[in-house]
Each structure stands twice: as C-alpha cells, then as structure tokens.
Design a binder for this molecule. Structure first.
Ligand SMILES: Nc1ncnc2c1ncn2[C@@H]1O[C@H](COP(=O)(O)OP(=O)(O)OP(=O)(O)O)[C@@H](O)[C@H]1O
Ligand SMILES: [Mg+2]
Length: 260
C-alpha cells in the first residue's frame, strides 16, 4: 500500500520553488508515495488587500477576516495561488488537481474566535474521500485553505493548521512544511537537524522560535503520532530529498522517559 506525504507550501515560497524541489516530488512519486499539497498565500493576500485599500490586522498571528477580507482571501488563495501552483506542477510533468478546502465537503470548520478573528475557521472534520480518490489515481491534490461551516458559510483557515488537520485525517506518514528558511534555526542562526517537542517548547519560551514559525511547530506537534513519526520543515528553494534522505529540520517524538 502507498504511503502518503502531505506538504504545506508556504505563501512565502510558492513563487520561488526550485527545480530541485520538483525533482524531489518526482522522486517521492517514483518511490510509490501518494503526494498532496496544501498551500498558503499570506504575502499575496496582503498585497491584494493593499491594492484594494482594504485594512487588514493580525490577532495572535492570524489574519482578522471581515467579509471584504474573506472575498479577497478566497480570490487570491483559490484563484491565483492554487492555479499558479497547479499549473507549475503540470509544467514540470506532475499531474496536479487544484481544489479549495470548501469543495466537496473537504474541510468543515467552526469559528475559531469570532469576536477577535471574524471569519476564521478551526477545522472540525476532513472529508478525505475526494483527495483519496485523486491520489489513488496518481494525481496530486493541491488544496487552498478555506473551509465551510455546517451552516454553509465559507471561512479562512490558517494554512499550517489546515495542512495539519489534513495530514492527520489522511493518516500521512510524512508531513513536510516547505517554507522560506532551511528549517528551524537556533540562536546562532544554525540549522537544527533534529528536534524534540520539549526542545521546541524551550526555543519558543526563549523566543528563538517566533512569528510564523510558531503555528508551524505547533501544527507539527499536533501531527506527530505512532503513524507520523517525524514532521519536517524544509526550504522550497532546495531539494527536500538528497541522497535518499529528507533535508531540513526533523521534528521527532523523542525518547519517552521511563518512570520505572
Ligand atoms: N527559529 C526560527 N527558525 C527559522 N525561522 C524562524 C524562526 N523563528 C521565526 N522564524 C520565521 O518563520 C518564517 C517562516 O514562517 P512564515 O509564516 O513566514 O512562512 P510560511 O508559513 O512558509 O508562509 P505563509 O505563512 O505565507 O504560508 C521564517 O521566514 C522566519 O522569519
Ligand atoms: Mg506561515
């Protein structure tokens, strides 16, 4: 049976994915992995909001989403970035199908914090049948992070959290955050090759891990399981597989402390 790898491509890196990144995807597919991608789009949403003179604010790292902001976010995520990524994958000879999380009941969500964040969702369930159908037939599903409530309202979802919910739901063996840095960097800006949850918490407390890296590591921790034993953070500007090994930072469950 094929194993599944979910990649989250940051909005910060979708315009700069390297040839070696696409070669790595081909290597995964040739090695019988099912591949799916969830993408962000933060910088493009910010630029479009600016062009349209729509105010935008952040609360605890997430974008406050009014009706006007949601209209732009949906347009940019499902229209611009989703098509850009799907097209470039196809240009590289990879069969990709673009979807919004709001299509086919893929992502269901509740309001995360309506008072402070407005139309932002927290994923409550993932209907995996559509993406499984596509992967079983050799396609790479490319998902924009939007979801629907049970009342059929569309909500904006943080892409790291959407990807984690999907990785859990499809029981992915690997979960890779593709971003604009080589991985988690330590206080001296050196790449950390392997890190455990408790070491991550120490780096958050000491403010070495900040900003957009926080939802990423939190999503990673929420995905580690017996099935998904490592989550990787790697750069989209480089190969994500070199000599048969994944590059970047590997977040691993760590040794369990014996109480006996
Ligand atoms: N310890 C750290 N190591 C590496 N990067 C860090 C660290 N702490 C904070 N960061 C920041 O996290 C950023 C990556 O997260 P960011 O949210 O900007 O990108 P993304 O999630 O890939 O894109 P998007 O949010 O647009 O989908 C890096 O560019 C860096 O500035
Ligand atoms: Mg981010």
């Amino acid at each position: 049976m094929s194993k599944t790898v979910v990649l989250k491509c940051g909005g910060s890196t979708v315009h700069q994915l390297s040839e070696s990144f696409f070669q790595s995807l081909k290597a995964l597919i040739n090695n019988n992995w099912n591949v799916m991608i969830v993408h962000g789009g933060g910088p493009d949403i910010t630029n479009m909001l600016k062009a349209l003179k729509i105010e935008t604010e952040f609360f605890k790292g997430q974008r406050k989403t009014t009706e006007d902001v949601l209209e732009v976010a949906e347009m940019v995520l499902a229209g611009k970035i989703n098509k850009l990524l799907t097209n470039v994958l196809q240009d590289k000879g990879l069969d990709a199908i673009g979807l919004s999380g709001s299509d086919g009941g893929l992502l269901k969500a509740n309001y995360l914090d309506k008072e402070h964040l407005g139309l932002v969702g927290e994923v409550t369930s993932v209907q995996t049948s559509v993406v499984s159908l596509l992967m079983d037939n050799g396609y790479i599903p490319v998902v924009a992070p939007l979801a629907r409530t049970v009342e059929n309202e569309t909500l904006n979802v943080n892409a790291d959290l959407a990807a984690a919910a999907i990785a859990n739901a499809v029981s992915a063996e690997k979960f890779i955050f593709v971003t604009d840095v080589p991985g988690i960097l330590d206080g001296n800006k050196q790449l950390i090759e392997e890190i455990t949850p408790s070491e991550i918490n120490t780096l958050i407390e000491s403010e070495v891990i900040t900003g957009g890296m926080i939802p990423k590591v939190q999503s990673a921790l929420a995905t580690l399981s017996d099935n998904c034993q490592e989550v990787i953070i790697a750069s989209g500007q480089k190969a994500i597989i070199e000599d048969g090994h994944f590059t970047g930072t590997k977040i691993v469950k760590g040794m369990e402390v014996s109480t006996s």
